[in-house]
Design a protein around this ligand. Structure first.
Ligand SMILES: NC(=O)c1ccc[n+]([C@@H]2O[C@H](COP(=O)([O-])OP(=O)(O)OC[C@H]3O[C@@H](n4cnc5c(N)ncnc54)[C@H](O)[C@@H]3O)[C@@H](O)[C@H]2O)c1
Length: 435
């Protein structure tokens, strides 16, 4: 099939490559010409494991091309996927203006038979409004379905090629058919299809993210209690996670969630529920957000307690991306902690295997080499659980620092091995006896 993918960020660039890998002929469109140009050269503007290689492959097969606006070629696509951003507005609601701009650009090129597929995460009710707007622009009832995306940064390509479910919301059942054909290989390989109405499809995505955020904040709330009574939130998580109804995934206490999705999606969901007059139903999500923010503050408190004062102290923060295997700094708890420490007067060195290129803070000192970043540190904070930090040699690390104290913000270190190497280990949600 001929496919256009509109918006080439983390979601769209991955989706374009995935569709090309499925054998479709793909035209990727981003109104940022630099992005389209880079992608044509095989350069992904962000880090995502395996994506660069897959892009080169599909470019060499002539399966994909990128451009900054629609043309006759994109106008003849069978499917147009909307993948533009829906960032947080200052009032917390989702900013859907990029979607409206995208359909205005698309309208003059939209054929009556082409299917428009919304993939961006939107407040419930947005698809209907977009459809009305598009209809007023084109003068016929456009074919639209909503197909929310569940890929996770770090495993985005894999998730796109083996989705755990394909959710399709439609007004007219026959509109889902081209999408089922486009995804035929995924469906044959076993990905289940859930067909439902459009508002439910919109809700599935924000409900899933609200649940995941709640799960993380739940264990972090337990961590707050555990810290007061000398209990261990990691052991607690393991013990409750054996219950299949609870499950142990997304249940590790630490500095909390971040990234371009969970924080803005729960805030957008709260804002939409309030608009709809059902704000009370989601008021618990405000506390989910609050618990998440408090965990960052807790690290600052622990650092302060440990160092007496933060002013002028050398602190190294391991990891700044919001999660490992991604260079995404949006709402990163690791970066927020580094910034807060610097604001309090600490001299903060940050390191990260992939994300340093996105750093724009003048008062954070970037150091690409992990062991060099530890030199003269009076406190080390493990903030993003990249494999290479989990595998750090505590003996070699100790030889670099001025004071061997580490805060494990993700509860991933082998505490006894670090203690045996002479480190004082502090962790979130646990009271660790040192020496
Ligand atoms: N990043 C993820 O892991 C992920 C996962 C699932 C869903 N989502 C959702 O997907 C959507 C996109 O997220 P993202 O992380 O890819 O955002 P992003 O900011 O990385 O990418 C958005 C892209 O859209 C482009 N764009 C904006 N307006 C445009 C227009 N009118 N025409 C063409 N291009 C335009 C921007 O230049 C940018 O490249 C959001 O709704 C997000 O919530 C993201």
């Amino acid at each position: 099939m001929k496919i256009s993918v509109i918006g080439l960020g983390y979601l769209g660039a991955t989706h374009a490559v995935a569709m090309a890998k499925l054998g479709h002929s793909v035209i990727g469109i981003d109104n940022d010409p630099a992005k389209a140009e880079a992608l044509n050269k095989g350069e992904i503007p962000f880090f995502e494991p395996g994506l660069s290689q897959a892009l080169s492959e599909v470019i060499s097969q002539g399966k994909v091309q990128f451009q900054s606006s629609h043309d006759e070629n994109s106008a003849s696509a069978d499917i147009h996927f909307l993948c533009v951003g829906t960032p947080q507005s200052p009032d917390g609601s989702a900013n859907t203006s990029y979607l409206y701009a995208a359909i205005e650009d698309l309208a003059p090129h939209l054929s009556q038979t082409a299917l428009v597929v919304g993939k961006s995460t939107v407040p419930v009710g947005t698809a209907q409004e977009l459809k009305n707007k598009l209809q007023s622009l084109v003068g016929f009832e456009p074919r639209i379905v909503w197909n929310p995306e569940f890929l996770r940064e770090g495993t985005a390509l894999e998730d796109s090629l083996k989705p755990d479910r394909i959710v399709i919301g439609y007004w007219h059942k026959e509109d889902s058919l081209p999408l089922l054909v486009a995804y035929e290989k995924l469906i044959k390989a076993g990905s289940p299809v859930v067909e439902l109405d459009v508002p439910t499809a919109e809700l599935v995505k924000v409900a899933a993210n609200a649940f995941l955020a709640t799960k993380v904040s739940f264990i972090n709330a337990m961590a707050e209690v555990a810290e007061v009574v000398g209990a261990d939130a990691v052991a607690l998580s393991k013990a409750i996670g054996y219950d299949e109804r609870i499950g142990n995934k997304f249940l590790r206490s630490g500095i909390g969630f971040g990234g371009g999705c969970l924080p803005k999606d729960i805030r957008g969901f709260i804002a939409r529920a309030e608009e709809l007059g059902v704000g009370q139903a989601l008021s618990f999500l405000k506390e989910v957000d609050g618990i998440n923010e408090r965990r960052r503050q807790r690290v600052i408190e622990l650092a302060n307690k440990e160092l007496g004062s933060l002013s002028g102290k050398n602190i190294t923060v391991l990891g700044i991306s919001f999660k490992p295997n991604s260079d995404d700094l949006r709402e990163s708890p690791a970066l927020e902690i580094a910034r807060s420490l610097a604001r309090a007067g600490a001299k903060v060195t940050v390191t990260d295997p992939k994300a340093l290129h996105g750093l724009s803070d003048e008062n954070l000192k970037p150091e690409p080499d992990t062991y060099t970043s530890l030199e003269n540190a009076e406190l080390v904070i493990l903030a993003t659980e990249w494999d290479e930090y989990k595998k750090l040699d505590p003996v070699q690390a100790k030889s670099k620092v001025a004071n061997a104290t580490i805060i494990d913000g993700r509860n991933v270190l082998d505490v006894s091995a670090w203690q045996a190497a002479g480190w004082k280990v502090i962790a979130l949600g646990r009271t660790i006896r040192n020496g």
